[in-house]
Design a protein around this ligand. Structure first.
Ligand code: ADP
Length: 467
């Protein structure tokens, strides 16, 4: 069932329920009040009759005329009187009693003997019901008369019937109007949702540059459209990144393949000496190593993306780990005439995976050596605060421009300076470093000045026992 119809029906049913409850209560209260009023007026008239009889000393009345002249206040058109003897027979009655005999009920007689007043209702076919009050007159302990005053309930019935009629017409009318109004309002409120659905269908058709014309309001619909637009924007970025990533990956793999193909073809063009073949094969092996590295790193990153890389959670002594790395890096540096120096080393233990942390620092030191100029130096230092360990790797190399700094952690991103400086490198190392730091609840920051050098700082939380 469409939302518009459902909303309208809910709205209509709720209103109908409220109106019916309200009308029932109104009808019941009005009907009780009208009857109470009628009983009150019957009681007042009966009291007047009793007073008049008292004034006459309870002498028996002769006939109707005397009754009417004696009690002018009783001669009301809308009420009639009957006076019964204690045996229950009528002694006298007002002329406006209709053609019916209205005998005293057995119950009224019994109640009269006990000295109490009683209200009763009586009904004759095809006539409005009657309301009666019977009041006993007791003189010196004896029941002398029973005065009965009655009246037709026609006006009460009439008023109640009118009220019922009004309610029966008004309720369906109000519900019908509310249904129409609800249908209109629900339609208006849901119109932007339809617009959003249409736009979403266009976007689902593949055009991620599409955006919803977000209503400028801060209401639910406005927020929905804004959230939707943000989501599509993020999707667009991810899709672009994936496309970029695939093209970068193929490009990075194609370069070594092209080199290998070219060298191999050249070697095969004519018979050569064994030494030439060895040179080609060595060069090919270098390219194969490079491709293997790219594929290994890609595999690691995709497994990391899927959450399949297992991480140890053990105490790792950073100072000894960094000493180790220093030894390895010193050898690397020697080859290129670069000095690797260890600076301040505060003892620090973190919880994590030693192999991965080794990979992280080795990558940073390897980059520092790789992007240094001959004669430069690389500084490794470890400092601690109360909760964190800060490991810095600083070089005096080619540096990174401020615009490029945020992008160097992207997969395959290499600055032009870096490409010009060395052919080695895959552009995946820092992406892996950043993932390793993240999964140790840490972070990597870079401060760099082009031509002067770079400092990479890794911040890791200390193991709780130590901090
Ligand atoms: P690569 O294998 O190319 O070194 P990385 O992911 O390790 O890939 O680094 C990405 C890019 O960041 C590098 O290509 C280089 O442009 C820049 N970079 C990283 N470390 C340094 C550094 N110490 N000095 C200058 N540039 C650096």
């Amino acid at each position: 069932m469409p939302l518009r119809l459902r909303l309208t029906l809910w709205y209509g049913s709720a209103l109908a329920l409220i109106l019916v409850t309200f009308s029932t209560v109104l009808y019941l209260i009005t009907s009780r009040d009208l009857r109470d009023e009628l009983d009150q007026s019957l009681g007042d008239t009966a009291a007047a009759a009793v007073r008049s009889l008292e004034q006459r000393g309870f002498l028996p009345l002769i006939d109707e005329n005397e009754l009417m002249s004696q009690f002018p206040e009783l001669a009301r058109i809308d009420k009639f009187f009957q006076i019964f003897s204690p045996s229950g027979t009528i002694t006298i009655r007002s002329p406006n009693v209709k053609q019916h005999e209205l005998p005293l009920s057995r119950q009224a007689l019994e109640v009269a003997f006990s000295g109490r007043t009683i209200f009763e209702s009586a009904k004759y076919p095809k006539e409005p019901p009657l309301r009666l009050i019977s009041v006993p007159i007791i003189y010196r302990g004896n029941l002398l008369y029973i005065v009965q005053v009655g009246t037709s309930m026609e006006s009460v019935e009439h008023t109640l019937n009118r009220l019922l009629l009004v309610l029966l017409v008004a309720i369906p009318l109000a519900v019908a109007v509310s249904l129409a109004g609800g249908w209109f309002l629900a339609g208006r409120a849901l119109r932007p949702v339809d617009a959003i659905t249409l736009a979403a269908q266009r976007i689902a058709g593949g055009d991620l540059t599409q955006r919803l014309n977000a209503p400028a309001s801060a209401d639910e619909i406005g927020r929905l459209a804004e959230t939707f637009n943000n989501m599509i924007a993020r999707l667009e970025i991810s899709f672009r990144q994936i496309r970029q990533f695939s093209s970068d990956a193929s490009h990075e793999l194609r370069t070594p393949l092209t080199v290998m193909k070219g060298e191999t073809e050249l070697a095969l063009r004519r018979p050569r000496e064994a030494g030439d073949y060895t040179t080609v094969l060595e060069s090919n092996l270098e390219e194969i190593d490079r491709m293997t590295r790219i594929v290994d790193e890609l595999l690691f990153l995709s497994r990391a993306d899927m959450g399949e890389v297992k991480m140890e959670h053990l105490p790792v002594k950073l100072e000894s780990l960094l000493e180790d790395i220093h030894r390895q890096a010193a050898l690397l540096g020697q080859e290129r005439g670069i000095q690797v120096v260890v600076g301040l080393m505060s003892p620090a233990t973190v919880l994590g995976d030693e192999l991965r942390l080794r990979e992280l620092f080795l990558n940073l030191v390897d980059n520092a050596v790789k992007y240094s100029r001959p004669g430069g130096s690389v500084h490794i230092a470890l400092a601690t605060s109360s909760t964190q360990a800060k490991i810095s790797v600083a070089d005096q190399g080619i540096g990174i421009s401020p615009e490029e700094q945020p992008r160097i952690f992207d997969r395959f991103y290499r600055t032009d300076d870096a490409r010009a400086h060395t052919k080695k490198g895959t552009g995946l190392g820092l992406a892996i470093c950043s993932w390793i730091a993240d999964s140790h609840h840490g972070r990597i920051e870079v401060h760099s000045e082009i031509g002067k050098g770079s400092t990479f700082t890794v911040t890791l939380p200390l193991s709780p026992r130590q901090s």
